[in-house]
Design a protein around this ligand. Structure first.
Ligand SMILES: Nc1nc2c(ncn2[C@@H]2O[C@H](COP(=O)(O)OP(=O)(O)OP(=O)(O)O)[C@@H](O)[C@H]2O)c(=O)[nH]1
Ligand SMILES: [Mg+2]
Length: 446
């Protein structure tokens, strides 16, 4: 990863992930806390040059969905706040990822110096990595040295470059298409223009008619911020753009603003440029981008999984009433097991991933399995009322489950401390507490 991109990314990410930390670790999450969080998010968005009315709209959506609407079944208040923020940011930054596969003719257009020629080389390299054969066609005969620049890039990656010796842009387009007709992808690098420049706009229209590209991609530098929207609209009027590539994400704090602005104009961001080298290029995926921004690991996946799991309603209610039994304990172990290996689960929980060693997790997982066997060897009565388990019962359970007596004692100790903890949470620990508390209930202290 390009270091500058990392720095840019991290400065935006730092703000957002500290908001997320507030949500996951704050002691109370009441209406006022949510209002403050929304204000923080608004500030961060505005600093990233996201249009003010757009920022306001998002904040309003977050408020409505967290404070006015019902919490979806199976989610805690905290999880719901996280999920709403996450969904709103993904929406803001593009929603679903764009598709670029199986496109034969790709024309790159855009402002002067936005990075079209460099991006042509990056795209070609991207296709090579996909096992495809690309060709490059130089269509900039306005700026001296432009086709040589493309030739140089082509040489670096062993990609053929076509240019017209007589500097006729339309001939270059026609002949380039013919010459590369057997290749998988043809990338056309046009000359830089101001969308409002009449002559260049006409040239572009004509090129569009000749090439009939499958993709007309607008190349925009990230430092445009919210102005990106106007640019996208202007270029769209001329040739009808099918997507956007945002370059120079490494050099500005306005990256979020440009992505948001293009998305709002209806154009999809397909790739991002994160440095000057040909490898400094990434497929853009809004969901992954936002996860990274928030430092969430993959919270979305976790939330979806959590929703899928039907937590035994009876068990939850009993816990709420403070009647936590070993049967509930086993229900919880099973619910956790359905979510996948513990090491994976904790990685998905913000701020938890790197706090617990893999060893410790494996150990704990092994213990839970043991506990499950032990509980299964108990009578119904013992499970419902563990206080009746005396020494002779411990010996019997130990024999029945094939585990040591110490294991049985450890289970009972852990059960007792969990029960105590549940009481401290006012009986609502399991239902209302943050994800962290689930881990605590399973004996992982952070
Ligand atoms: N830091 C950084 N620089 C970039 C990126 N993409 C392009 N550049 C730089 O931006 C400058 C202009 O890039 P070009 O590819 O020549 O831009 P262009 O749009 O073809 O320019 P014209 O053809 O003159 O309109 C060069 O110095 C590139 O190295 C990027 O993602 N990050
Ligand atoms: Mg160029």
């Amino acid at each position: 990863m390009n270091i500058e991109f990392d720095i840019m990314f991290n400065s935006l990410s730092k703000g957002l992930s500290s908001v997320i930390r507030k949500i996951t670790t704050g002691t109370t999450l009441d209406k006022e806390a949510v209002q403050n969080i929304v204000q923080d998010i608004r500030k961060i968005l505005v600093q990233s040059d996201v249009d003010t009315s757009l920022s306001n709209q998002i904040c309003e959506n977050i408020r409505t969905k967290t404070l006015k609407n019902d919490i979806p079944k199976g989610l805690t208040l905290r999880e719901n706040v996280l999920k709403v923020i996450y969904d709103e940011l993904v929406d803001l930054l593009g929603g679903t990822p764009a598709n670029i596969n199986k496109k034969k003719k790709i024309m790159l257009i855009g402002l002067f110096g936005s990075g079209k020629t460099t991006t042509s080389g990056k795209l070609a390299k991207y296709f090579i990595k996909q096992g495809l054969k690309p060709g490059l066609v130089a269509l900039d005969y306005h700026r001296p040295g432009a086709s040589e620049q493309l030739e140089q890039l082509g040489k670096q990656i062993n990609v053929p470059v076509h240019y017209d010796k007589n500097k006729n842009v339309f001939d270059a387009a026609k002949n380039g298409m013919e010459k590369f007709s057997k290749l998988d992808v043809i990338i056309f690098d046009t000359s830089g223009r101001n969308a409002l420049d009449g002559n260049l706009a006409n040239e572009l229209k004509k090129l569009n008619e000749i090439i009939k590209p499958d993709e007309s991609i607008l190349v925009l530098p990230a430092d445009l911020g919210k102005i990106a929207k106007v640019q996208a609209e202007e270029f769209h009027k001329i040739v009808g753009i099918t997507g956007v590539i945002i370059t120079k994400m490494d050099g500005t704090a306005k990256a979020g603003g440009s992505i948001a602005a293009t998305s709002v104009s209806g154009a999809k961001v397909k790739f991002i440029g994160v440095g000057e080298k040909l490898d400094d290029f990434e497929l853009y995926n809004p969901t992954r981008f936002v996860s990274r921004l928030l430092g969430l690991g993959d919270l979305q996946t976790l939330l979806e999984k959590a929703k899928e799991i039907e937590i035994n309603k009876d068990s939850v209610e009993r816990v709420m009433e403070g009647k936590f039994t070993l049967k509930d304990f086993i229900d919880q172990i099973e619910a956790m097991e359905k979510m996948g290996p513990m090491s994976q689960i904790v990685n998905m929980i913000p701020g938890m991933g790197n706090k617990i060693s893999e060893d410790k997790l494996n150990q704990q997982e092994g213990k839970l399995k043991k506990f499950k066997h032990i509980i299964q060897s108990m009578t119904k009565e013992e499970r419902e009322l563990p206080s009746i388990i005396n020494l002779s019962r411990i010996i019997r359970i130990s024999k029945g489950s094939g585990k040591n007596e110490t294991d049985v004692r450890e289970l009972l100790n852990q059960y007792n401390s969990m029960k105590k903890m549940m009481k401290q949470f006012g009986g609502g620990g399991m239902k209302r507490g943050p994800m962290k508390d689930i881990a605590k209930q399973f004996g992982i202290s952070l």
